[in-house]
Design a protein around this ligand. Structure first.
Ligand SMILES: [Zn+2]
Length: 421
């Protein structure tokens, strides 16, 4: 695979060249790439994931952009299978329907529609639906299950042809895509092109304030190009003929921002949620370089403490496993200096067992091996599911095993409770 990486020189939202690096991180390999060839995965190239901030609009972002072909075409994550997602989609579909009240047979478009899980709900509600997703395998699956899906990246040409063929959309959704696309200006123009005069556009993206408060380092990887907050979005959307009229926070993905947008000059008033969130962002100095620099200092301290702790355990002869070969795995291993420390990773994904994790070449074995091997410590790499993993491994804990949880604070959890590292 030929990967192209481009270092952006300007802010993704306002094109300003006044951008500063605010969080320094270790480079990591590209997405999930498990292989039986250990040498190949260990030689996998690493790309930077440092975080930058625009001094003009306050947008926080990655500037090292991997070409979208390499990132998305072989993407095989099915959102319908992900824990908690079906419930979240149901809640979102209910909320969007309540806000938008689409007449029967209205067109609903989902940009980055994945397997069509969200659109399926609108289809059941009597709407026409159309998905757009560049991951060919995932899009094919959606088409097969009756959700018409165009296997392509969003582009202005595509938006124009959709408008021509299907008419204007009453509802457009882009869940996570706003964090996942480099050219957000083009996506905003696509929305403007496809949206009906009284239509609504909804986006969801991980929220910067939650990343900072929760120390969500595991979510900083190449696919997440933007770490959004409301204030920069207001100005950005305005420049593209759109108006942010509501901004809510949701617990999904450990803290997301859900924006509701209309065409500029639309009939709906701005809701209190947006004013309240802008006020909170202002009080928290979320748009200030110093706030991100303080976050960086906290990240560096956490890394240093954790690295010293695990190296000491290793020197004392402890066995250390990792739990969960998730996307966040290589990220946490790199950011917390765990390479050379973890002996094996436990995971039940059939495509991962018996293979080696990308970057460090750590072997992946089934989770049923946990109690058989009884490692002294198990670092939770699938950080989102920490609680559930710990609850399901009581036998391991009873036999004296201990878990290491990395975020928001590193701590060790044993059968008698937990203590900070
Ligand atoms: Zn900017």
């Amino acid at each position: 695979m030929n990967v192209t990486v481009i270092r952006r020189q300007t802010c993704r939202l306002c094109d300003s060249s006044s951008i500063e690096r605010v969080v320094e991180l270790q480079p990591i390999p590209l997405s999930e790439n498990y292989s039986v060839d250990r040498t190949a995965v260990m030689n996998a190239p690493r790309y930077p994931v440092d975080v930058y901030m625009c001094s003009d609009c306050g947008h926080v972002q990655q500037l090292d952009v991997i070409d979208s072909k390499s990132l998305w075409e072989s993407y095989t994550y099915f959102s319908g299978n992900a824990k908690g997602m079906p419930e979240h989609f149901q809640q979102m579909a209910d909320k969007i329907t309540r806000k938008s009240r689409p007449p029967e047979n209205s067109l609903v478009i989902d940009i980055g529609s994945n397997d069509g899980s969200l659109l399926k709900l609108f289809k059941q509600g009597g709407c026409r639906v159309l998905g757009i997703d560049p991951a060919s395998e995932v899009a094919a699956q959606a088409n097969k299950s009756g959700i018409p899906t165009i296997p392509s990246l969003m582009s202005l040409d595509l938006a124009r042809s959709i408008r021509e063929e299907h008419g204007p959309a009453q509802i457009i959704c882009a869940f996570n895509v706003f964090a996942h696309a480099d050219d957000l200006g083009e996506i905003a123009e696509c929305v403007r092109t496809m949206l009906a005069p009284d239509g609504l556009f909804f986006f969801e993206a991980q929220y910067l304030m939650d990343i900072i408060d929760g120390m969500l380092i595991a979510t900083i990887f190449h696919e997440h190009m933007s770490h959004h907050s409301a204030a920069p979005m207001v100005k950005f959307l305005d420049r593209h003929g759109l108006e942010l009229i509501a901004a809510d926070r949701a617990p999904i993905q450990h803290g997301s921002l859900i924006g509701m947008v209309q065409l500029k000059g639309g009939k709906r008033p701005v809701e209190n949620s947006l004013e309240n969130l802008l006020k909170l962002e202002d009080e928290r100095n979320l748009g200030e370089l110093e706030t991100l620099r303080a976050f960086d200092a906290k990240v560096q301290r956490l890394r240093q403490r954790t690295t010293e702790f695990v190296k000491k355990l290793k020197n004392e002869g402890a066995t250390i496993a990792g739990y969960g070969a998730a996307r966040s795995g290589p990220t946490l291993i790199a950011q917390f200096g765990l390479a050379g420390v973890i002996d094996y990773i436990l995971d039940d994904h059939p495509q991962k067992i018996g293979k080696f994790e990308s970057g460090d070449g750590i072997p992946v074995i089934a989770t049923s091996e946990l109690c058989a091997r009884q490692p002294d410590y198990t670092v939770i790499l699938a950080w989102v599911h920490s609680q559930k993993i710990i609850e399901s491994c009581q036998e391991y804990l009873d036999k004296g095993g201990q878990f290491i949880v990395l975020c928001p604070e590193s701590r060790v959890i044993g059968k008698d409770g937990n203590k900070p590292i």
